[in-house]
Design a protein around this ligand. Structure first.
Ligand code: IMP
Ligand code: MG
Length: 218
């Protein structure tokens, strides 16, 4: 009986040791590849989970269905991604669209390394193609104060496209300063600074497969 208890105890110790070795290898592997985990500190902040990769994928699929339905009779849809934050979203979204599509990109001035909108929007990179008379889908990562989307929508409208739809993965409605809305929103989120799934904080954390909120630790 005693030897049996000893045996179980030893087995537990071996399992625990094996687990912590595996864990250390996994962490080292993730860190060496530039990935980040929730428990990792980034200088002075941690990232709290907000939307899992699975929840994002499910929502992207349902948004794509809605968009495909709306543009079902289009000759070809021009999907316009707003760089850089929407690159992951646009990549997943176009794969779920059951329509003929073209992809183009527009880059506007960003927050730089700050967490505050500059409120002054400049076009850093314009579209390659013409959109006059064509159906377009504008793909944005987050609508925050609304200045960026407002400016972009005004600019694209002035080029007289056919039908235009705006889709945003995230919306922070409580932060709005100008009256602008996306036609389809993936998730409404609270007033928190988020990263992951293409979205950055000072160019970091874009490669996270999920979305999390930045929380400062000092
Ligand atoms: P807006 O002009 O204030 O609506 O800001 C829009 C842009 O700011 C978004 O396209 C994002 O690139 C960036 N942004 C807004 N909120 C966040 C955030 O929580 N994390 C990272 N970038 C953000
Ligand atoms: Mg953006």
């Amino acid at each position: 009986m005693r030897s049996h208890v000893m045996l179980v105890y030893c087995q537990e110790r071996i399992d625990a040791a094996r687990f912590s070795v595996n864990d250390a290898i996994l962490r080292w592997f993730a860190i060496s590849r530039g990935n980040t985990f929730q428990f990792m500190k980034h200088d002075n902040y941690v990232i709290d989970d907000m939307l899992s990769a699975k929840a994002i994928a499910a929502r992207v699929e349902s948004m794509a269905q809605e968009i495909s339905e709306y543009f079902r009779d289009t000759e070809k849809l021009v999907v316009i991604g707003l760089l850089r934050g929407s690159f992951m979203f646009i990549a997943d979204l176009v794969r779920e669209l059951s329509l003929p599509v073209e992809v183009d990109f527009l880059e506007t001035s960003s927050y730089g390394d700050s967490m505050e909108s500059s409120r002054e929007v400049r076009i850093l990179k314009d579209l390659r193609g013409e959109i006059k008379g064509r159906d377009i889908l504008v793909v944005e990562d987050i609508v925050d104060t609304g200045h960026t989307l407002n400016h972009v929508v005004g600019l694209l409208r002035s080029r007289e496209p056919g039908r235009m739809m705006v889709c945003a993965l995230l919306d922070k409605p409580t932060r709005r300063e100008v009256d602008v809305r996306a036609d389809i929103v993936g998730f409404e989120i609270p007033d928190k600074f988020v990263v992951g799934y293409g979205i950055d904080y000072a160019q970091r954390n874009r490669n996270l497969p999920y979305i999390g909120a930045v929380r400062f630790t000092d």
